[in-house]
Unconditional design. Structure first.
Lengths: 625, 173
């Protein structure tokens, strides 16, 4: 067989044309491919502007990357300025994308989008963040709710206290119905009860039995039998009346118990009303927790969002194995047999990343002078940490203009089966700025404006076991109230005065435990200061308000209580007197019957003795010789 | 007219190399290509060989379609063969070395069906070549005349489509 010479030219032309097409359209094709892949992975549109790929030195450049927030299609999770990176040639043969060095400038988080960033997203499984949010929300719900407004409103308790909804009042109303119903039943029962007739019959039968009418022993024995029968009937009637009395007694005892329980209900009403109106007992150790619980929660959740992103995009060996698990070879597709790798490359890896960014809410309003600026480096960002074998590390400085920088260092070690993430943040003498405390009470500050601060924070998460701590010292601080007007209220002024005189602020918080059940501890020097200076003023007013509330509840319940007690006593007396009367009458008849019985028995005994004497004399006559 | 000339030339290329050896060569290469999964390094290499060697491309095209059509029936067999070869202990160092070479993984040699079909193709290549050549010789020595007399063949060759095909094929001759 000879060579097909023409084919060489044909193939050459074909290769040249194909290469030319691929070369001239490569940027658009790569850009579209990357955008589509990233959008699928993100669940929100990812856009790359002006990508350029150099075939000869394998470098990529683009002007901007917009990464849409999957939960808000009109907001970018982040966007970048110019990005430049080069990829390594050899790993491409194994379809591995290894970036040697990447430079990312001008990253901004939370920027607004001009176009809709919608992209269909696959349903997500609940992850670490959901557990943490639920756990934190549980803690926030347990934050103390202290409402000094109630102290001012105490004069207007009628509007705050819905008397008709008090448990004691409702119970008293129900009790009255119960007493009426129970009393009515017993009254009706006694009306139709035939005990009176039965007692009258007993009485007439007892009278009809005349011991004197009996003349001989037989007569006495017959009379005794009649007495015994009558006594059995009287005893049965007595038992019946006793049972009836016990039932009536039980019913009225139950009602009496319910009346007594009104006291407990009054206590419960009082505790519930205290909480509702805001007069619950207040521990001054909770001031720090109450003031800084919400800001701490927000920042903690923010940090955990980034940790969660790390967990999602840097999967552990366990997760990778679950994803890449070979169930069984698909029919006719064969099975890929793996061999040991001399050089193991992950599918995607950025060996080194140089970053400069601006983050924070000020970015979205283009207020860059207030935004947090970020510069730093990260290494080992990979989709397959177990394959790369080294943890992802980052070392970033975050700063505001005219302030010292925060140093943020982190190690995300997902190389083993259990992920272990550690983040540390430290800063000395930095400009704190304003912290929104999310309080709307006139006596509590809405913001904390700290001139200088020192902070040390740490988050360590191994598997689902989390331990986080933060220590904050703020100097030259100023508490800002939402309403700057001087309020004439004594308590408000006193509390505001304490806040104004705080020289510095020390705050510490810890969160520890499994992510589903985190336990928080928050403390600050404000607790001690408050305990010293405000306790007396607030406690005195608080106790006075509580006393007034208790009196108001007692007064409302007392009238109703007296009413049901009187009604119960009347019904009980009516029923029990009647039953007792029956009981006494039966007892009287039993006494009469017993007397007759004894009389008959004596007569029989006397007749027996007479008979014995006669018998003895007769026998003596017969036996005389 | 240019378009028709282009098609005519393409048909001539397809019909070129009409010796029994060239036809059998086309069948053999087509058979090997059709037997293997499409996107592999060796598959591309076979296409290039097919294109460069002066074999009969019509026969190759026919063989590609025919063997592709029947190949899936043998995939379980290829899978077992490939699995055995890839997991044989004595060959592990060879496969490991290949696996770690930059270009070799593009051949997808570590896939059981790819390996099995490649080996099957190599083993069967010579018998297919010999059978195909013998078949062409037999056809031309008497079978062709008999087949041309078949009613169905006469009906096809007399159809309008066939007439058009012959016209285009013979342009420039």
């Amino acid at each position: 067989m000879t060579m097909r010479k023409g084919a060489l030219y044909f193939l050459l032309v074909l290769v040249v044309i194909t290469s030319a097409v691929l070369y001239f359209f490569r940027d658009k094709r790569i850009e579209a491919y990357l955008e589509r892949s990233a959008s699928d992975s993100n669940g929100g549109k990812v856009e790359i502007d002006n990508l350029h790929f150099s075939v000869f030195n394998l470098t990529f450049k683009f002007d901007r990357l917009q990464w849409t927030d999957p939960d808000d299609r009109w907001r970018n999770l982040f966007e970048t300025g110019p990005v430049e990176f080069s990829i390594e040639t050899t790993p491409l043969f194994w379809k591995k994308f290894i970036i040697h060095e990447m430079k990312v400038a001008g990253v901004m988080a939370g920027t607004k989008r001009v176009t809709d960033g919608y992209w269909p997203k696959a349903p997500e499984e609940p992850g670490l963040l959901d557990d943490v949010i639920e756990s934190v929300e549980k803690e926030v719900r347990g934050l103390p709710v202290f409402n000094l407004d109630a102290l001012k409103k105490k004069a207007n308790l009628d509007s705050l206290l819905n008397v008709d909804q008090l448990q004691a009042v409702l119970s008293a109303k129900a009790l009255r119905v119960d007493i009426d119903s129970t009393g009515g039943y017993w009254e009706q029962f006694l009306k139709t009860y035939d005990a009176k007739q039965k007692i009258a019959d007993l009485e007439s039968q007892a009278k009809a039995i005349s011991v004197a009418d009996a003349k001989d022993l037989n007569g006495f024995v017959n009379t005794l039998q009649k007495v015994k029968d009558l006594r059995a009937s009287a005893t049965a009637l007595q038992n019946e009346i006793t049972t009836t009395k016990k039932r009536a007694d039980g019913d009225f005892s139950r009602l009496t118990g319910t009346v007594k329980n009104l006291d407990n209900l009054v206590k419960e009403d009082f505790e519930a009303a205290k909480k509702k109106i805001g007069l619950a007992d207040f521990n001054f150790k909770d001031v720090g927790k109450m003031l800084f619980g919400n800001p701490f929660r927000d920042r903690f959740q923010g940090v955990m969002e980034y940790v969660d992103l790390g967990r999602k995009y840097l999967p552990t060996a366990q997760k990778l194995m679950a994803v890449n698990k070979v169930e069984s070879p698909p029919r006719f597709k064969g099975q890929d047999i793996s061999f040991p790798r001399t050089f193991a490359y992950p599918k995607f890896l950025i060996r080194d990343l140089h970053l400069s960014a601006a983050v924070g809410s000020a970015v979205s309003s283009n207020n860059f002078s207030e935004a947090l600026h970020l510069t730093g480096e990260a290494s080992g960002i990979t989709t397959e940490p177990p394959v790369y074998g080294k943890p992802t590390t980052f070392d970033v400085e975050i700063f505001k203009p005219n302030s010292n920088a925060y140093a943020v260092r982190g190690v995300l070690d997902h190389t083993g089966e259990i992920p272990a993430d550690t983040l540390r943040l430290s800063a000395a003498n930095f400009r704190l700025g304003k912290i929104d405390l999310k309080q709307d009470k006139p006596y509590l500050p809405a913001q904390l404006d700290g001139q200088r601060g020192t902070v040390n924070a740490m988050v360590a998460l191994r598997g689902d076991q989390l331990r986080a701590s933060v220590e904050l010292l703020v100097n030259q601080l100023n508490f800002i109230f939402a309403d700057n007007a001087v309020n004439g209220d004594r308590i408000t002024q006193a509390i505001r005065g304490v806040f104004s005189s705080v020289p510095d602020f020390r705050f510490s918080a810890t969160a520890a435990g499994p992510t589903k059940d985190l336990k928080f501890r928050i403390s600050s020097n404000l607790d001690e200061i408050f305990a010293q200076r405000v306790r007396g003023i607030v406690q005195e007013n608080l106790q006075r308000a509580q006393q007034e509330l208790r009196q108001r509840i007692d007064k409302e319940v007392a009238a109703r209580r007296k009413e049901v007690e009187t009604l119960l006593a009347a019904k009980q007396a009516l029923v029990m007197n009647e039953v007792n009367k029956y009981e006494k009458t039966v007892q009287d008849q039993l006494t009469v019957i017993d007397a007759k019985k004894q009389e008959v028995e004596k007569k029989i005994e006397a007749e027996k003795k007479k008979g014995e004497v006669k018998l003895k004399k007769g026998l003596e006559k017969l036996l005389k010789p | 007219m240019f378009f028709l000339q282009f098609i005519s030339k393409f048909i001539k290329v397809l019909r070129a190399g009409a010796t029994p050896g060239q036809i059998a060569g086309g069948v053999m290469l087509g058979f090997m290509i059709g037997l293997m999964p499409f996107m592999t390094l060796q598959g591309v290499a076979l296409w290039i060989v097919l294109f460069f060697l002066n074999v009969n491309l019509s026969a190759a095209t026919f063989a590609i379609f025919a063997s592709s059509f029947f190949a899936f029936l043998f995939d379980p067999l290829f899978h077992n063969l490939g699995f055995w070869v890839l997991t044989t202990p004595g060959l592990q160092s060879t496969w490991t070395s290949l696996y770690n070479m930059p270009v070799a993984p593009l051949s997808r040699f570590n896939n059981t069906v790819v390996m099995g079909s490649l080996l099957g193709g190599i083993v069967l290549a010579l018998p297919v070549f010999l059978l195909a050549r013998k078949g062409v010789i037999s056809y031309r020595s008497g079978l062709e005349e008999r087949i041309k007399k078949w009613k169905v063949v006469r009906w096809i060759t007399g159809s309008k489509i066939a007439t058009w095909y012959f016209k285009i094929r013979d342009i420039g001759e």
